[in-house]
Design a protein around this ligand. Structure first.
Ligand code: ADP
Length: 357
Protein backbone atom coordinates (compact mmCIF):
# COMPACT_ATOMS: atom_id res chain seq x y z
CA UNK A 1 0.00 0.00 0.00
CA UNK A 2 2.83 2.40 0.82
CA UNK A 3 4.53 1.42 -2.39
CA UNK A 4 1.38 2.35 -4.29
CA UNK A 5 1.09 5.71 -2.59
CA UNK A 6 4.64 6.81 -3.16
CA UNK A 7 4.77 7.19 -6.91
CA UNK A 8 7.69 9.39 -7.98
CA UNK A 9 9.50 9.01 -4.66
CA UNK A 10 13.21 8.27 -4.84
CA UNK A 11 15.19 6.51 -2.12
CA UNK A 12 15.96 9.71 -0.24
CA UNK A 13 12.26 10.62 -0.14
CA UNK A 14 11.35 7.22 1.28
CA UNK A 15 13.98 7.65 3.94
CA UNK A 16 12.53 11.05 4.92
CA UNK A 17 9.07 9.56 4.89
CA UNK A 18 10.01 6.74 7.22
CA UNK A 19 11.79 9.13 9.55
CA UNK A 20 8.85 11.52 9.57
CA UNK A 21 6.44 8.63 10.24
CA UNK A 22 8.48 7.62 13.28
CA UNK A 23 8.58 11.23 14.45
CA UNK A 24 4.82 11.44 14.19
CA UNK A 25 4.50 8.33 16.33
CA UNK A 26 6.73 9.92 18.95
CA UNK A 27 4.78 13.17 18.90
CA UNK A 28 1.56 11.22 19.27
CA UNK A 29 2.55 9.45 22.46
CA UNK A 30 4.55 12.35 23.89
CA UNK A 31 2.95 15.55 22.56
CA UNK A 32 4.83 17.59 25.12
CA UNK A 33 8.20 16.27 24.00
CA UNK A 34 10.73 18.78 22.79
CA UNK A 35 12.75 16.76 20.31
CA UNK A 36 15.66 19.16 20.44
CA UNK A 37 15.92 19.36 24.22
CA UNK A 38 14.44 16.36 25.92
CA UNK A 39 16.00 12.99 26.33
CA UNK A 40 13.76 10.17 25.23
CA UNK A 41 13.81 7.35 27.69
CA UNK A 42 14.14 3.76 26.61
CA UNK A 43 10.73 2.88 28.00
CA UNK A 44 9.02 5.25 25.63
CA UNK A 45 10.93 3.88 22.68
CA UNK A 46 9.96 0.32 23.63
CA UNK A 47 6.28 1.09 23.44
CA UNK A 48 6.59 3.18 20.33
CA UNK A 49 4.57 1.85 17.44
CA UNK A 50 4.44 3.57 14.06
CA UNK A 51 0.88 3.31 12.77
CA UNK A 52 -0.69 3.74 9.38
CA UNK A 53 -1.99 7.11 10.54
CA UNK A 54 1.55 8.27 11.34
CA UNK A 55 2.64 7.37 7.85
CA UNK A 56 -0.37 9.02 6.26
CA UNK A 57 0.36 12.19 8.17
CA UNK A 58 3.99 12.06 7.03
CA UNK A 59 2.92 11.55 3.41
CA UNK A 60 1.08 14.87 3.49
CA UNK A 61 4.28 16.72 4.25
CA UNK A 62 6.68 15.03 1.88
CA UNK A 63 6.65 15.68 -1.82
CA UNK A 64 8.21 13.18 -4.15
CA UNK A 65 11.39 14.49 -5.74
CA UNK A 66 9.78 14.03 -9.11
CA UNK A 67 7.36 16.83 -8.32
CA UNK A 68 9.85 19.33 -7.03
CA UNK A 69 11.64 21.73 -9.29
CA UNK A 70 14.73 19.67 -9.72
CA UNK A 71 13.57 16.43 -11.22
CA UNK A 72 15.45 13.30 -10.24
CA UNK A 73 14.78 10.29 -12.41
CA UNK A 74 16.18 6.88 -13.09
CA UNK A 75 16.32 6.53 -16.87
CA UNK A 76 15.34 3.27 -18.54
CA UNK A 77 17.55 3.68 -21.61
CA UNK A 78 20.22 0.98 -22.06
CA UNK A 79 23.32 0.72 -24.25
CA UNK A 80 21.27 -1.44 -26.62
CA UNK A 81 18.96 1.49 -27.32
CA UNK A 82 21.86 3.47 -28.73
CA UNK A 83 22.76 2.49 -32.29
CA UNK A 84 26.38 2.77 -33.46
CA UNK A 85 28.64 5.20 -31.58
CA UNK A 86 30.76 2.34 -30.24
CA UNK A 87 33.78 4.53 -29.47
CA UNK A 88 31.63 7.12 -27.76
CA UNK A 89 29.94 4.48 -25.62
CA UNK A 90 33.31 3.04 -24.64
CA UNK A 91 34.65 6.43 -23.57
CA UNK A 92 31.55 7.10 -21.46
CA UNK A 93 31.75 3.67 -19.94
CA UNK A 94 35.35 4.25 -18.89
CA UNK A 95 34.94 7.84 -17.75
CA UNK A 96 31.54 7.78 -16.08
CA UNK A 97 30.39 4.25 -15.41
CA UNK A 98 33.63 2.71 -14.16
CA UNK A 99 34.40 5.31 -11.46
CA UNK A 100 30.85 4.92 -10.16
CA UNK A 101 30.92 1.13 -10.36
CA UNK A 102 34.51 0.41 -9.33
CA UNK A 103 35.78 3.31 -7.19
CA UNK A 104 38.26 0.99 -5.49
CA UNK A 105 40.11 0.40 -8.75
CA UNK A 106 40.48 4.13 -9.34
CA UNK A 107 41.57 4.58 -5.77
CA UNK A 108 44.13 1.81 -5.87
CA UNK A 109 45.65 2.94 -9.16
CA UNK A 110 45.51 6.56 -8.06
CA UNK A 111 43.53 7.52 -11.13
CA UNK A 112 41.57 10.73 -11.47
CA UNK A 113 37.89 9.95 -11.77
CA UNK A 114 36.08 12.33 -14.09
CA UNK A 115 33.98 15.02 -12.52
CA UNK A 116 32.75 16.29 -15.82
CA UNK A 117 32.36 15.26 -19.43
CA UNK A 118 31.61 17.53 -22.37
CA UNK A 119 29.79 15.75 -25.19
CA UNK A 120 29.84 17.68 -28.41
CA UNK A 121 28.19 17.07 -31.76
CA UNK A 122 25.24 18.22 -33.88
CA UNK A 123 21.67 18.09 -32.48
CA UNK A 124 19.86 14.77 -32.68
CA UNK A 125 22.98 12.60 -32.71
CA UNK A 126 22.11 10.84 -29.45
CA UNK A 127 23.84 12.84 -26.73
CA UNK A 128 20.85 12.82 -24.38
CA UNK A 129 20.26 9.17 -25.11
CA UNK A 130 23.89 8.33 -24.28
CA UNK A 131 23.82 10.29 -21.02
CA UNK A 132 20.66 8.48 -19.94
CA UNK A 133 22.12 5.13 -20.94
CA UNK A 134 25.31 5.65 -18.96
CA UNK A 135 23.33 6.79 -15.90
CA UNK A 136 21.09 3.77 -16.11
CA UNK A 137 23.93 1.33 -16.68
CA UNK A 138 25.78 2.81 -13.70
CA UNK A 139 22.54 2.56 -11.68
CA UNK A 140 22.63 6.27 -11.04
CA UNK A 141 19.99 8.88 -10.63
CA UNK A 142 19.69 11.42 -13.38
CA UNK A 143 19.03 15.13 -13.16
CA UNK A 144 18.47 16.85 -16.47
CA UNK A 145 18.73 20.60 -16.87
CA UNK A 146 18.38 22.43 -20.13
CA UNK A 147 20.64 25.46 -20.35
CA UNK A 148 17.98 27.91 -21.56
CA UNK A 149 15.53 26.58 -18.99
CA UNK A 150 17.95 27.32 -16.20
CA UNK A 151 18.03 30.94 -17.27
CA UNK A 152 14.28 31.28 -17.70
CA UNK A 153 12.91 29.17 -14.91
CA UNK A 154 15.00 30.71 -12.19
CA UNK A 155 14.88 34.29 -13.46
CA UNK A 156 17.17 36.37 -11.31
CA UNK A 157 18.37 33.40 -9.36
CA UNK A 158 19.98 31.07 -11.82
CA UNK A 159 23.06 30.63 -9.61
CA UNK A 160 20.78 29.44 -6.86
CA UNK A 161 19.29 27.01 -9.36
CA UNK A 162 22.76 25.63 -10.07
CA UNK A 163 23.46 25.27 -6.35
CA UNK A 164 20.19 23.45 -5.79
CA UNK A 165 20.92 21.06 -8.63
CA UNK A 166 24.24 20.04 -7.08
CA UNK A 167 22.70 19.78 -3.61
CA UNK A 168 20.00 17.54 -4.97
CA UNK A 169 22.57 15.48 -6.83
CA UNK A 170 24.62 14.91 -3.69
CA UNK A 171 21.55 13.99 -1.68
CA UNK A 172 20.61 11.40 -4.28
CA UNK A 173 24.09 10.15 -5.19
CA UNK A 174 25.14 8.36 -7.28
CA UNK A 175 23.85 10.97 -9.69
CA UNK A 176 24.57 12.04 -13.23
CA UNK A 177 23.82 15.74 -13.72
CA UNK A 178 23.02 16.42 -17.34
CA UNK A 179 23.38 20.00 -18.57
CA UNK A 180 21.91 20.11 -22.06
CA UNK A 181 22.92 22.94 -24.39
CA UNK A 182 25.48 24.27 -21.96
CA UNK A 183 26.70 26.85 -24.48
CA UNK A 184 23.50 28.81 -23.87
CA UNK A 185 24.65 29.57 -20.33
CA UNK A 186 28.37 29.06 -20.48
CA UNK A 187 29.42 30.73 -23.65
CA UNK A 188 32.68 32.63 -23.31
CA UNK A 189 32.38 35.19 -20.57
CA UNK A 190 32.30 38.66 -21.94
CA UNK A 191 30.68 37.37 -25.10
CA UNK A 192 27.20 36.96 -23.65
CA UNK A 193 24.31 38.04 -25.78
CA UNK A 194 22.58 39.67 -22.87
CA UNK A 195 24.62 42.08 -20.81
CA UNK A 196 22.92 41.35 -17.51
CA UNK A 197 25.90 39.26 -16.49
CA UNK A 198 23.68 36.35 -15.57
CA UNK A 199 25.66 33.94 -17.74
CA UNK A 200 28.83 35.03 -16.03
CA UNK A 201 27.37 34.44 -12.58
CA UNK A 202 26.06 31.04 -13.57
CA UNK A 203 29.44 30.02 -14.95
CA UNK A 204 31.14 31.15 -11.72
CA UNK A 205 28.68 29.09 -9.72
CA UNK A 206 29.23 26.09 -11.97
CA UNK A 207 32.98 26.42 -11.50
CA UNK A 208 32.56 26.66 -7.74
CA UNK A 209 30.37 23.57 -7.68
CA UNK A 210 32.69 21.56 -9.92
CA UNK A 211 35.72 22.54 -7.88
CA UNK A 212 33.85 21.70 -4.70
CA UNK A 213 32.99 18.22 -5.85
CA UNK A 214 35.16 15.73 -4.06
CA UNK A 215 36.56 13.09 -6.28
CA UNK A 216 34.55 9.91 -6.22
CA UNK A 217 31.70 11.67 -4.54
CA UNK A 218 29.49 9.82 -6.96
CA UNK A 219 28.30 12.92 -8.75
CA UNK A 220 29.29 13.30 -12.38
CA UNK A 221 28.37 16.15 -14.69
CA UNK A 222 27.71 15.51 -18.36
CA UNK A 223 27.24 18.63 -20.46
CA UNK A 224 26.36 18.84 -24.14
CA UNK A 225 26.84 21.36 -26.87
CA UNK A 226 26.94 21.64 -30.61
CA UNK A 227 29.23 24.65 -30.29
CA UNK A 228 32.23 23.46 -28.27
CA UNK A 229 34.18 26.44 -29.58
CA UNK A 230 31.91 28.80 -27.62
CA UNK A 231 32.31 27.21 -24.22
CA UNK A 232 34.09 29.24 -21.59
CA UNK A 233 37.59 27.76 -21.47
CA UNK A 234 37.70 27.93 -17.68
CA UNK A 235 35.01 25.23 -17.62
CA UNK A 236 37.11 22.87 -19.71
CA UNK A 237 40.23 22.91 -17.52
CA UNK A 238 41.53 19.84 -15.69
CA UNK A 239 39.31 18.76 -12.82
CA UNK A 240 36.26 20.33 -14.44
CA UNK A 241 34.62 19.34 -17.75
CA UNK A 242 37.94 17.88 -18.81
CA UNK A 243 36.82 14.76 -20.69
CA UNK A 244 35.74 15.71 -24.17
CA UNK A 245 33.71 13.20 -26.11
CA UNK A 246 32.75 13.68 -29.75
CA UNK A 247 29.32 12.42 -30.85
CA UNK A 248 29.56 12.37 -34.64
CA UNK A 249 26.99 12.43 -37.43
CA UNK A 250 26.40 8.71 -38.06
CA UNK A 251 28.11 7.09 -41.04
CA UNK A 252 26.43 4.40 -43.10
CA UNK A 253 27.30 1.56 -40.72
CA UNK A 254 26.05 3.53 -37.71
CA UNK A 255 22.84 4.46 -39.53
CA UNK A 256 22.10 0.80 -40.14
CA UNK A 257 22.55 0.12 -36.42
CA UNK A 258 20.24 3.01 -35.54
CA UNK A 259 17.61 1.65 -37.95
CA UNK A 260 18.01 -1.73 -36.25
CA UNK A 261 17.23 -0.14 -32.88
CA UNK A 262 14.16 1.68 -34.14
CA UNK A 263 12.70 -1.21 -36.16
CA UNK A 264 13.49 -4.04 -33.77
CA UNK A 265 9.89 -4.44 -32.57
CA UNK A 266 8.22 -3.60 -35.88
CA UNK A 267 6.86 -5.95 -38.55
CA UNK A 268 8.88 -5.20 -41.69
CA UNK A 269 8.10 -6.54 -45.15
CA UNK A 270 10.81 -8.80 -46.56
CA UNK A 271 11.70 -6.20 -49.18
CA UNK A 272 12.76 -3.71 -46.51
CA UNK A 273 16.50 -3.93 -46.37
CA UNK A 274 18.29 -1.96 -43.66
CA UNK A 275 21.45 -1.74 -45.78
CA UNK A 276 19.37 0.00 -48.44
CA UNK A 277 17.89 2.38 -45.84
CA UNK A 278 21.34 3.18 -44.43
CA UNK A 279 22.58 3.90 -47.95
CA UNK A 280 19.68 6.26 -48.66
CA UNK A 281 20.09 8.36 -45.53
CA UNK A 282 23.31 10.32 -45.85
CA UNK A 283 23.10 13.33 -43.48
CA UNK A 284 20.30 11.82 -41.36
CA UNK A 285 21.11 11.84 -37.63
CA UNK A 286 19.58 9.46 -35.07
CA UNK A 287 16.62 11.75 -34.43
CA UNK A 288 15.90 11.87 -38.20
CA UNK A 289 16.09 8.09 -38.44
CA UNK A 290 13.61 7.80 -35.61
CA UNK A 291 11.33 10.21 -37.50
CA UNK A 292 11.66 8.19 -40.74
CA UNK A 293 10.68 5.00 -38.95
CA UNK A 294 7.75 6.71 -37.26
CA UNK A 295 6.56 8.17 -40.56
CA UNK A 296 6.83 4.78 -42.29
CA UNK A 297 4.86 3.12 -39.48
CA UNK A 298 2.23 5.83 -39.80
CA UNK A 299 1.94 5.20 -43.54
CA UNK A 300 1.52 1.47 -42.90
CA UNK A 301 -1.18 2.05 -40.30
CA UNK A 302 -2.99 4.49 -42.59
CA UNK A 303 -3.02 1.98 -45.42
CA UNK A 304 -4.12 -0.87 -43.18
CA UNK A 305 -6.89 1.01 -41.36
CA UNK A 306 -8.29 2.42 -44.58
CA UNK A 307 -8.32 -0.92 -46.35
CA UNK A 308 -9.65 -3.24 -43.71
CA UNK A 309 -13.19 -3.78 -42.51
CA UNK A 310 -13.09 -2.89 -38.79
CA UNK A 311 -14.88 -6.14 -38.02
CA UNK A 312 -12.03 -8.11 -39.54
CA UNK A 313 -9.24 -6.09 -38.05
CA UNK A 314 -8.51 -8.44 -35.19
CA UNK A 315 -8.12 -11.37 -37.59
CA UNK A 316 -5.91 -9.58 -40.09
CA UNK A 317 -3.72 -7.42 -37.85
CA UNK A 318 -1.07 -10.14 -37.90
CA UNK A 319 -0.57 -9.46 -41.62
CA UNK A 320 0.27 -5.78 -41.30
CA UNK A 321 3.76 -4.93 -42.57
CA UNK A 322 5.80 -1.80 -43.13
CA UNK A 323 6.74 -1.96 -46.77
CA UNK A 324 9.56 -0.53 -48.81
CA UNK A 325 7.05 1.93 -50.31
CA UNK A 326 6.14 3.17 -46.84
CA UNK A 327 9.80 3.88 -46.17
CA UNK A 328 10.21 5.58 -49.54
CA UNK A 329 7.29 7.84 -48.64
CA UNK A 330 8.85 8.53 -45.23
CA UNK A 331 12.19 9.45 -46.80
CA UNK A 332 10.42 12.06 -48.89
CA UNK A 333 8.70 13.48 -45.82
CA UNK A 334 11.70 13.63 -43.51
CA UNK A 335 14.73 15.64 -44.54
CA UNK A 336 18.25 15.09 -43.24
CA UNK A 337 19.27 17.55 -40.50
CA UNK A 338 22.82 17.71 -41.73
CA UNK A 339 23.44 19.13 -45.19
CA UNK A 340 26.86 19.12 -46.83
CA UNK A 341 27.24 22.79 -45.85
CA UNK A 342 26.30 22.40 -42.20
CA UNK A 343 28.45 19.28 -42.01
CA UNK A 344 31.40 21.31 -43.18
CA UNK A 345 30.68 23.96 -40.56
CA UNK A 346 30.49 21.38 -37.78
CA UNK A 347 33.67 19.73 -38.93
CA UNK A 348 35.46 23.04 -38.96
CA UNK A 349 34.29 23.90 -35.45
CA UNK A 350 35.20 20.46 -34.17
CA UNK A 351 38.60 20.46 -35.76
CA UNK A 352 39.33 23.86 -34.31
CA UNK A 353 38.20 22.65 -30.88
CA UNK A 354 40.25 19.46 -31.09
CA UNK A 355 43.46 21.22 -32.09
CA UNK A 356 42.99 23.94 -29.47
CA UNK A 357 42.98 21.31 -26.73
P1 ADP B 1 20.86 15.04 -28.87
O1 ADP B 1 20.83 15.03 -27.37
O2 ADP B 1 22.20 14.74 -29.42
O3 ADP B 1 20.25 16.27 -29.46
P2 ADP B 1 18.95 12.92 -28.57
O4 ADP B 1 19.69 11.93 -27.75
O5 ADP B 1 17.98 13.79 -27.84
O6 ADP B 1 19.94 13.83 -29.39
O7 ADP B 1 18.20 12.14 -29.74
C1 ADP B 1 16.81 12.32 -30.01
C2 ADP B 1 16.18 11.00 -30.37
O8 ADP B 1 16.75 10.50 -31.57
C3 ADP B 1 16.42 9.92 -29.35
O9 ADP B 1 15.43 9.91 -28.36
C4 ADP B 1 16.40 8.66 -30.19
O10 ADP B 1 15.10 8.20 -30.40
C5 ADP B 1 16.96 9.11 -31.52
N1 ADP B 1 18.42 8.83 -31.61
C6 ADP B 1 19.42 9.74 -31.72
N2 ADP B 1 20.61 9.12 -31.81
C7 ADP B 1 20.37 7.79 -31.75
C8 ADP B 1 21.20 6.62 -31.79
N3 ADP B 1 22.53 6.70 -31.91
N4 ADP B 1 20.59 5.42 -31.68
C9 ADP B 1 19.24 5.32 -31.57
N5 ADP B 1 18.42 6.38 -31.53
C10 ADP B 1 18.95 7.61 -31.63
Amino acid sequence: QYAENTHGFVGADLESLTREGAMNALRRIRPDLDLEEDEIDAEVLETLEVTEGDFKEALKGIQPSAMREVFVEVPDVTWDDVGGLEDTKERLRENVQWPLDYPEVFDELDMQAAKGVLMYGPPGTGKTLLAKAVANEAQSNFISIKGPELLNKYVGESEKGVREVFEKARANAPTVIFFDEIDSIAGQRGRQQSDSGVGERVVSQLLTELDGLEELEDVVVIATTNRPDLIDKALLRPGRLDRHVHVPVPDEGARKKIFEVHTRDKPLADAVDLDWLAGETEGYVGADIEAVTREASMAASREFINSVDPEEMADTIGNVRISKEHFEHALEEVNPSVTPETREQYEEIEEQFDTAE
